[in-house]
Ligand binder design. Structure first.
Ligand code: MN
Length: 691
């Protein structure tokens, strides 16, 4: 057990002007308070808080944090009270001790709903002062280190699971990676002893075989850096069993397939040298594609910065190389604690470097404006969590989202289907708008319905990439589906209403895929004239055509090249084995030897039966039924559709341009009236003199 003198000299190694008396007082107070209490191992209980204080001193924490480490169990486990601590040690330390006590009282094994409530309390407690969390993590680390003394396997498993699910992620979140690694490894050993020993055996095996590999690689790496005059410290480090196990799960591979179990760290002096060193690695070794990550340009949320790449090493084995500066290295291991230490009362965090971490910015501002870091830390709240909000499902699962995320982002974060089927949201039990920006601790209940579909308007306010791409993808597929259905309706209109999808021969349109064909018809890429020309019975077309050199029984088709419409000047061209094709008179194809070309003109209707050809611009709701609405309105007034084009203007509306022929002005008015009374039709406009 660490003595008070040892503890004080440990703190002295990184800080001067410390209140030794306060530390001694706390040391004795806690020792007396715990009295004869024993740990599971049989040693005096006070051994535990003293070791927690040592861990905190090793992390270079400030004096109030270390004192809190000494006192952290006295309220919970002894007769001492908050008031007593406050009177002897002051309100700051009393507040910290109480915070840790509150965390200890939170029980994670109860029901899921209870868990959510508890985690909310947990976040509240640590958001008051981040030091509460750091003491709790040190407490947990010591408990994990002595976990083997606990007899009950169930209890060991429960504590390990809690460590893996709550404490290790929190340690990672504030960048304390070294502490996180140790927590994870002990928890993994207790939860999955078989997997742990299998992986450890394999690691040992590779290690003994590859100690030459590590040595040779180190020599080789040092040589290539020396060649280009980069002063680099290179170390080889074997990955932890738990991180290998996680990788096996994430990539779904067997242990044998994991080769890069050794990571090499290259530590240089400047950011510039990081990129130069990377260049050197990539020049000398073969790159494994897709494994390069630049966390210097884009740091992780917890402030971690480094370059990662995987290359084929000197012995033809893949190896991961991490390149960073000393400062980055310190942050990578200690996280927030790296910016915490002070010497001679001065903050020593490299302010220029640290400014690059988003989450540490506000922390530094507070530190800069304060003479006493201890006091300043009080106010820091949980600034580093500012770029994220933590919310909960009704089942108690924690969902972390970027700042500004809405209820819809939350729904998509749970599952794509939950987002797509979302019809309402309750936030903390109250129905709320989809665009509500979530706040820390919100409990979000997403209400879904099986046939609900996402609204395109959501894309305007969601912030997560996942929600954005899901909504976009849905709109795209929906659009495709609608054009396919519209295409089928158009073909049915031209042929017969009960036509089955596969009833027509699409080869004549040079398609071999029905979906693609109907999609292009719906989109207007296959013109309606072509459908008339290839699918429609001859008499209909014929009724408008008057062939001057009449040839009984000949099949008449409209040409796909020039699309003649009513009143165009036309000619007929005889195509052997096919019949007569009607072309525009000025079509290139009409320029054939005269024996193939036949004079043709449109049937002149009776003088008193004035036929009107005009063009309507109809805006309809983007619904499958809409096209039916239009064709019904037209056919019930004996209007012929000559041509139809669809233009998609928005997600909500279609714009359809229809060329129609009606018998009279009256009928034209009737058609427009019939269209306007339909709920699906938003507007009808007659385009005069078009075409
Ligand atoms: Mn404890």
């Amino acid at each position: 057990m660490i003595s008070s003198a040892q503890l004080i000299s440990l703190i002295r190694s990184y800080a001067q002007n410390i209140d030794e008396g306060l530390i001694k007082k706390a040391y004795i107070f806690a020792m007396e308070a715990h009295g004869m209490q024993k740990r599971a191992s049989g040693v005096p209980y006070f051994n535990h808080p003293a070791e927690v204080a040592r861990i905190l001193a090793e992390l270079h924490m400030d004096v109030p944090t270390i004192v809190t480490g000494l006192l952290h169990d006295v309220i919970e486990d002894t007769t001492s009270s908050f008031e007593e601590i406050e009177e002897i040690f002051g309100s700051e330390i009393a507040f910290l001790v109480e915070g840790v006590t509150k965390l200890s009282r939170i029980n994670y094994t109860s029901s899921k709903t209870q868990q959510a409530e508890n985690f909310r309390k947990f976040l509240m407690a640590i958001s008051q002062d981040i030091r509460v969390l750091i003491v709790k993590l040190a407490d947990r680390l010591h408990n994990m280190r002595t976990l083997n003394y606990i007899v009950s396997p169930e209890k060991r498993m429960r504590i390990s699971l809690e460590t893996l699910e709550i404490y290790a992620p929190l340690a990672e979140r504030i960048g304390m990676n070294e502490l996180k690694d140790e927590l994870e490894d002990i928890a993994f050993y207790n939860l999955y002893p078989n997997e742990y020993s299998l992986i450890s055996m394999r690691l040992e095996n590779i290690n003994s075989k590859s100690s030459n590999f590590i040595q040779n690689t180190l020599i080789e790496l040092r040589r290539v850096f020396k060649e280009v005059n980069i002063d680099a410290t290179v170390v080889g480090r074997q990955k932890k069993a738990y991180s290998i196990w996680k990788k096996m799960h994430r990539r779904n591979v067997s242990l044998e397939q994991i080769n890069d179990i050794i990571a090499f760290r290259v530590i240089v002096h400047t950011v510039d040298e990081c990129y130069r060193a990377l260049g050197v690695i990539h020049t000398n070794f073969q790159i494994m594609p897709g494994r390069f990550k630049d966390y210097i340009s884009v740091p992780k949320l917890n402030g971690y910065r480094s370059l990662h790449t995987t290359v084929i090493g000197p012995m033809k084995l893949p190896m991961e190389v991490q390149i960073r500066t000393e400062e980055m290295h310190k942050v990578a291991d200690e996280g927030i604690a790296a910016h915490w230490s002070y010497k001679s009362g001065e903050v020593t965090a490299d302010q220029e470097e640290a400014k690059k971490y988003n989450w540490i910015n506000s922390l530094l501002t507070i530190l800069k404006n304060s003479n006493a870091p201890e006091e300043a830390m009080n106010n820091s709240k949980l600034e580093m969590f500012n770029d994220e909000v933590f919310c909960f499902t009704p089942g108690g699962d924690l969902i972390a989202l970027p700042h500004g995320a809405t209820a819809i982002d939350f729904a998509y974060e749970i599952h794509t289907d939950v987002g797509n089927r979302c019809i309402g949201v309750k936030i903390n039990g109250k129905m709320s708008p989809f665009r509500t920006v979530l706040r820390n601790g919100d409990r979000v209940d997403v209400i879904t319905a099986p046939h609900q579909e996402p609204d395109a308007a959501w894309a305007q306010f969601v912030v997560t990439g996942k929600a954005k791409s899901c909504i976009h993808k849905f709109i795209k597929s929906k659009e495709r589906e609608q054009f396919i259905k519209l295409g089928l309706q158009l073909v049915r209109y031209v042929t017969n209403p009960s036509l089955k999808k596969n009833d027509i021969d699409i080869k004549q349109f040079h398609y071999d895929n029905y979906e693609k064909f109907y999609y292009n018809v719906g989109k207007g890429i296959v013109p309606l004239e072509q459908l008339w020309y290839k699918l429609r019975d001859i008499p209909h077309v014929n009724s408008h055509i008057c062939l001057i050199d009449f040839m009984p029984g000949i099949a008449v088709h409209f040409a796909a090249c020039c699309h003649p419409i009513l009143d165009d000047s036309i000619v007929g061209i005889i195509i052997p084995n096919k019949g007569l094709e009607i072309h525009l008179a000025n079509c290139e194809k009409a320029n054939l030897p005269s024996s193939y070309v036949i004079k043709a003109s449109w049937n002149q209707l009776n003088e008193n039966q004035q036929s009107i050809v005009t063009c309507l611009d109809i805006v309809v709701a983007n619904k499958i039924e809409s096209f039916g609405t239009i064709t019904n309105a037209l056919s019930s007034n004996n209007a012929d559709i000559i041509n139809i084009r669809t233009e998609r203007r928005s997600v909500d509306f279609f714009e359809i341009i229809v060329d129609i022929k009606v018998d009279s002005e009256q009928k034209l008015n009737d058609v427009q009236a019939a269209l306007r009374v339909s709920q699906d039709v938003k507007s009808v406009r007659q385009l005069k003199n078009e075409k």
